[in-house]
Design a protein around this ligand. Sequence first.
Ligand code: HEM
Length: 522
Amino acid sequence: MTGQITTLSLLGSTLLELLRPANVFCGLGAWLGWRVAYALYFSPLRNIPGPFWARVSGLPMLLHDLGGTEADFMIKNSEKYGSLFVMEPNKIAVCDPDDCQIILSSHSFAKDMRYAQVDILEPNLFLTRDPELSRQRRRQIGPALSMSGLGKMEPMLMAAGAQQLMGKWDQAIGDAPDGRARVCYFYDFSLMTFDIISSLGFGQTHRSLTTGDRQVLHWVSQTLTLMLLQMVAPIVKRLPFRQLFAKSLHTDVRKLIAFGLQAIEDRKQALLTIDAGGVERPRDLLQAFIDAEDPESKIRMTPSQVATETILTLMAGADTSSNTLCWTVHLLLMHPRCFAKVVEEVRCAFEPEQLISFKEAKESLPYMEACVYESMRMQPVSGNLPRCIPRGGVVLQNYFIPEGLTCSVGIAAANMNHGLWEKPYVFSPERFVGNEERKRKVLSFSAGVRVCPGKNLAWMELLTTLANIFNRYNIEMPEDSLFSPKQLDSNGCPILMPYKYSITRAPRFPERDCNIVITKRK
Ligand code: HEM
């Protein structure tokens, strides 16, 4: 007993001694010295250019991630150090468009380990690191998301999308005494794109934009929060953290999954009547996912897999599309010459009250489409794409990067590459008109084996929404707008509203910066 007490008190006093400020200071100094020595003399990345502090610690990048300024970090550093640079002690940034394509073209550069840390959902297309599952899911859900598959869903997409939005804006104009309504396009686009995918995916008429019902939206955003928490801090999966921090999030995830499963069950019941009556089956993503079959293995998805893919589709597809719409409208407002050209193109092609379909917009509005490409190039909504260096390592820009390290495909920096894009800071939609090759170089939907499977759906939403609102409304910036085409930056380009990354690149102050005044076109 006395021996134990003596040992304990010895341990206690040693600990106290170690924690004395002078010793802590020395300890930190030694650690830092070692980190610096490692970065400069031993690291396999020591010959690759990059900011000094990024070699020593992951903190600078973490601060950019938390501050939501990772795109600026990548663009600035790629201009200073070149298209390959060290961004963290064991991570390189890849910003050369050709190198990005090399990495994205192969499953051997798997998504990084953080994706495997999420355990709240079934294995799915977005999170999987398994090439086999990725290929199988694409074979299963690919047909539904192809242009011909989506063509059948267009009436539903338009009802939840452009038509719903115009109904709301018409009402706002009707309610305004002078016929001039002020609307926040950020919120309206967010709810509209959410309604489109949830209507198609859950087979119900979701109208959060016009009814204010945000229940499903709440569950989805809670699920996304938990997913991200598990990715960046897997400790939240363990007790007691799970109970302390994540209990209510888990409850909402369960509610969302139950909601998805119920939608599938409801559809199965409805099909009994539909099939008996010889009526056509509903044409939506829900039905397409239920019926989906891998042509190679003949495997179909279980109800739980269908629900998971729908939930992931909502997470991956709603904010990405709505923020792309926001940036396009903002960029056009900041470039009145281009905006006037788009409006003229739309109004020359269509009657004032005409509902413009995707096919019509795609065929008749090449300049408007070019504006969306230019907006996606300059303001790509997805951040960096993290990938692992595969077995055997890889040579990029004449540097050997060993296996086991990670890299980040810098979409924003590649889209601003001076070698590929002339005057990359200038908003110039003309560069895309009639130039299919250039369009393929924009990396905003990613590329290669994990390219965005929802890009056709996104294009349908983008073109139908913009064509219809530009045809129907005159759009102006409000008088109190902080931004104007006349306020220029050092490149002589209009200063744009600030952004933040909350998963996707979104306007930082949407309530302040995303307002427009709309009037009905005479
Ligand atoms: C303008 C709108 C959109 C943009 C810019 C966009 C961009 C992207 C990007 C960059 C990726 C690659 C992510 C990575 O590799 O980590 C991706 C993946 C994905 N996107 Fe989209 N997306 C958009 C709309 C949509 C829509 C509407 C859907 C709905 C179907 C969707 C579903 C997905 C899914 C499921 C993945 C994961 C694919 C995989 O990892 O294999 N996206 N998207």
